[in-house]
Design a protein around this ligand. Structure first.
Ligand code: AHR
Length: 497
């Protein structure tokens, strides 16, 4: 039978670079993300670490080419007073983590610990400032503490605490979810607050201005974006955030199990993930009205799946397993980000370790890489590559009254001239054959890798951590200008031409 799915690559029309920062991560003081996840303490003799940071985590994240890491929240950011986390650890105050489980936060992981860890990871830090319960002075001093080289009260304090040179942090969030946990503000009020705070965050990094990111809309709150864009001059704003989680019910306990789900729940989760496309289109259209030159980036600094926590774990810790459903979600969302690469220039998957759609799970000294990890690793060939505009005609995948495109595709050309095509088949029952018109791309050969498993509920466990991992893919046939690819059900493939 001839393929229902048709893709055309318009390589000669490529002009937009897919920012590597779309592949960013997020680490909040939440559950076991920082403590036990990234950081196990300097005195830990069981888990190999450098200054308390797990080396197995560092190695795994380096393989992802993790471009940036957002910290310390999330909701936690608007309760965080950065001066609590500097200086001798024994003297740091112990506080209550009010948003996440009411546990004691001993501040043993603070600014130096985080920024030095980013250097170890080779990643750019993205600091989320406290606007909800902090002051303009606190935030402007944090900028001075980490970025100012010469003599000043804050750079002197940094040096007393053992760090001679500034870290030169470029990415700064001005509050988080200001409409909710960040202060329950109205958009016009927050727009003024943003203007005030950002006025005093005017440092340079080298010759560049720092990159300030306004707390953005939740999902389809286009009024939030409109009010901010209308009231904040474009020269005071480098990025505007937006958050969207793929969750089919926000009612407590009704988000469904991460592993034990029906096909209908699978389709409903992926339908929520597909919404990302519409959300980006509509927020971008609002931004275009005030910023037609696209100077302000749209930053999706929280995205991913959100299920019920694993049975028996602390409900405030948001610990969930990660299956092939999450791999589908990651593959199609990244393809959506690529498509909008002109406006979407940064994104952060929530969250890196042991929280929500994590790429890594840990259990004491054990560590596993989730299916989501493998998708990000396979896709990292797209980082900083030039987007190849494509036309896609997809077969439908229908479950009850949920109808979705069965396939999702994206393509780019890297600096060495190699073309990469990422393809996802979310159809749980049928293989999908795709006919790809290369339109003049000269391919001498083709290689690929696939992530697949027998069941959509399959996942890696600490007893069987390598059940799901990428393997070589042989289902692509090249015939002159045409490529035929057969994707098994529930699979992600990345091809190299
Ligand atoms: O990622 C978990 C939480 O979700 C974040 O702290 C908050 O910003 C969002 O509501």
């Amino acid at each position: 039978a001839s393929a229902q799915n048709k893709v055309t690559l318009n390589a000669d029309e490529g002009k937009t670079v897919i920012s590597r920062h779309i592949y960013g991560h997020f680490a909040e003081h939440l559950g076991r993300c920082i403590y036990e996840g990234f950081y196990v303490g300097e005195n830990n003799t069981k888990i190999p670490n450098k200054n308390g940071v797990r080396l197995d985590v560092v190695n795994a994240l380096k393989k992802l080419k993790i471009p940036n890491l957002r910290w310390p929240g999330g909701c936690f950011a608007d309760t965080y007073h950065w001066k609590d986390g500097i200086g001798p650890k024994a003297k740091r105050p112990k506080i209550v983590n009010t948003w996440w489980g009411g546990v004691t936060e001993d501040n043993s992981f603070g600014t130096h610990d985080f920024l030095n860890m980013c250097e170890l990871l080779g990643t750019e830090p993205y600091l989320a400032g406290n606007v909800g319960s902090g002051t303009v002075q606190d935030l402007s001093e944090w900028v001075q503490y980490v970025n100012f080289e010469k003599n000043s009260p804050m750079s002197n304090l940094r040096q007393q605490n053992g760090r001679e040179k500034p870290w030169n942090v470029r990415f700064w969030g001005v509050g988080n979810e200001a409409w909710g946990c960040g202060g329950n503000m109205k958009p016009d009020y927050y727009a003024n607050i943003y203007r005030q705070y950002s006025t005093f965050m005017n440092s340079q990094v080298g010759t560049e201005k720092i990159f300030r990111i306004a707390s953005g809309a939740s999902d389809d709150d286009y009024n939030w974006t409109e009010t901010l864009m209308k009231n904040i001059p474009v020269n005071m704003l480098e990025g505007l955030a937006m958050h969207h989680y793929s969750v089919f019910s926000w009612d407590a306990g009704k988000k469904g199990s991460a592993t034990n789900f029906t096909e209908s729940e699978y389709a409903r989760t992926l339908k929520e993930a597909y919404k990302m496309d519409e959300l980006i289109q509509k927020h971008s259209a609002v931004m275009d009205k005030y910023d037609p030159q696209k100077k302000v980036a749209l930053i999706v600094d929280e995205w991913g799946s959100w299920y019920n926590v694993e049975p028996g774990t602390n409900p405030g810790f948001l610990y969930q397993q990660n299956t092939m459903r999450d791999a589908m979600l990651a593959g199609m969302t990244l393809n959506i980000f690529h498509k909008h690469a002109e406006r979407v220039r940064m994104a952060n998957l929530a969250q890196a370790i042991n929280v929500l759609q994590a790429v890594i799970l840990t259990d004491k000294e054990k560590l596993l890489l989730t299916p989501t990890y493998h998708v990000l690793e396979m896709y990292n060939v797209h980082q900083d590559a030039t987007l190849i505009p494509i036309d896609v005609k997809s077969d439908d995948y229908t479950v009850g009254d949920t109808k979705l495109p069965a396939i999702s595709v994206s393509a780019s050309r890297d600096k060495a001239g190699k073309v990469h095509i990422s393809l996802v088949n979310i159809d749980a029952n049928k293989p999908q054959e795709i006919s790809v018109n290369l339109k003049g791309i000269k391919a001498s050969g083709i290689t690929g890798r696939i992530l697949a498993s027998a069941k959509m509920q399959d996942h890696n466990t600490f007893d069987n951590p390598n059940k799901i991992k990428p393997v070589p893919f042989t289902g692509a046939k090249l015939n002159g200008d045409n490529l035929t690819v057969t994707l098994p059900p529930v699979s992600v493939v990345v091809l190299e031409l």
